[in-house]
Design a protein around this ligand. Structure first.
Ligand SMILES: [Zn+2]
Length: 333
């Protein structure tokens, strides 16, 4: 099923530039890697989950593809699919009319917003999953994305189901002004309640995760996992270049930079993501039986999972062991 979904939308991520025009590329048979520019047989590329077999570049996946690569087949049940932006500021600047951009992206992606969330199962364990869809407004965080995330977090807290958020976002949505920035506080407050409910949250950061997203929920996972080479940073490429007056290729922070500086816990290649997340869920579930039962605000003492504030030394040792294995086999550079 994963391969079928990936094949449905074959694409040629060949950037305009010096390599254009070198070779005729029959559509749907060959693609050109956007990083190393080598020609790849499309079927092999898609069977490899859109990871270049020559250089290891992890191309972006849309939300549907991401869900197919992570969850058990057919297990995802989307919630609140109709929530969409109302263009609260009636924003326009010159030729840029937000309402027209929204309509265009809705036609292009078949989705009404830049994030999907719902219930699903990962190796038969229930999860609440929220996934950014980068092709829609760059996966940017507006009012609806923030609201959907808050609902996903509250659902996970209420039912004590582990939460996974997959980030792929250019940051806060400029077209919604300060309302988009308010989503940082809203999602962070919701995550504090998830922590009180002692329910695990795994954050998966993919290329790119920029701006208000890593400045709030994307960096607040009990475990922060990233794909190799993912661009993760507070400022986008253009802002970095304008501010530093330097070519961004030498200054952009990647997942490997973030790992070295302790901002993320694991770098995991795409093929290993599903088994690694399943292992983390098993670890948290097993750990819950070793923890003393906490008293939550409602007075209940039940605790199906050990949350982020309560990791015991044993849990940390287990995670360190897991991290060592994954980092050792990653693409650090
Ligand atoms: Zn490549």
């Amino acid at each position: 099923m994963v391969k079928e979904i990936l094949r449905r939308r074959r694409f040629i991520p060949h950037r305009k530039g010096e390599h254009d025009g070198e070779r005729e590329v029959p559509q749907n048979m060959w693609i050109s890697c956007s990083k190393c520019h080598q020609l790849l047989y499309a079927k092999e590329y898609e069977d490899n989950l859109k990871v270049c077999p020559k250089c290891g570049h992890h191309a972006q996946l849309n939300a549907q593809e991401r869900i197919a690569t992570l969850l058990d087949e057919g297990s995802f049940a989307e919630l609140d699919p109709g929530l969409s932006s109302t263009d609260p500021l009636k924003f326009h600047a010159g030729d840029h009319i937000y309402a027209e951009k929204l309509a265009s992206d809705r036609r292009k992606t078949g989705l009404v917003e830049a994030l999907l969330y719902g219930r699903g199962r990962l190796e038969d364990r229930p999860v609440v999953l929220a996934v950014h869809n980068f092709p829609f407004r760059g996966g940017s965080m507006g009012v609806v994305v923030g609201e959907k995330l808050a609902r996903a977090i509250e659902l996970a807290a209420m039912e004590r189901i582990p939460l996974i958020i997959v980030s792929a976002s250019g940051g806060a949505r400029q077209d919604e002004g300060v309302l988009s920035l308010m989503q940082m506080a809203k999602t962070t407050a919701a995550l504090a309640r998830l922590s009180e409910a002692m329910t695990p949250y795994i954050s998966l950061l993919t290329d790119p995760t920029i701006g208000g997203v890593p400045a709030s929920y994307a960096m607040l996972g009990d475990v922060n996992v990233a794909e190799p080479g993912a661009y993760i940073g507070f400022a986008g490429k253009r802002v970095v270049e304008q501010t530093t007056r330097m070519k961004s290729s030498t200054t952009l922070p990647t997942a490997e930079f973030m790992l070295r500086h302790g901002m993320i816990d694991l770098i995991v290649s795409r093929a290993d993501l599903r088994p690694t997340l399943a292992r983390l869920l098993r670890l948290y579930a097993a750990q819950s039986y070793r923890l003393p039962a906490p008293t939550n605000p409602s007075g209940s003492t039940s605790t199906p999972y050990g949350g982020n504030g309560a990791s015991s030394n044993h849990a940390r040792e287990q995670l360190a062991l897991l991290a060592g294995q994954q980092v050792g086999s990653g693409h650090e550079g």
